[in-house]
Write a protein that binds this ligand. Sequence first.
Ligand SMILES: [Zn+2]
Length: 101
Amino acid sequence: MSATHIEPPLDSPAAVRQDVEGLMMTHPHPLVVGGDVRGCGTCGSYRDWIVISLREEVWLRCPAGHEEHEPRLDTAWYDRHSGPVTHWYDSYDDGLRDLGH
Ligand SMILES: [Zn+2]
């Protein structure tokens, strides 16, 4: 019997059912927005983001848990960068925990 280990993709999209349906994915690499590497406005982190698509807005959550709306990104951008949804969570907290935040 051989064991097959499948690495999960770096960006693993997931969706959340809460009051409003949202989508989230990890973005471990620096995120370039408008030609600049996007840094957290509070702590300066620039990688290991969670990207959240909620209604028509895209929010970024840094590893320290700071959440910021990024008006230069939208759901079309999110769709281009995420793959098919692979997980459903009952709440954002469940999703964040599973994604390591
Ligand atoms: Zn931060």
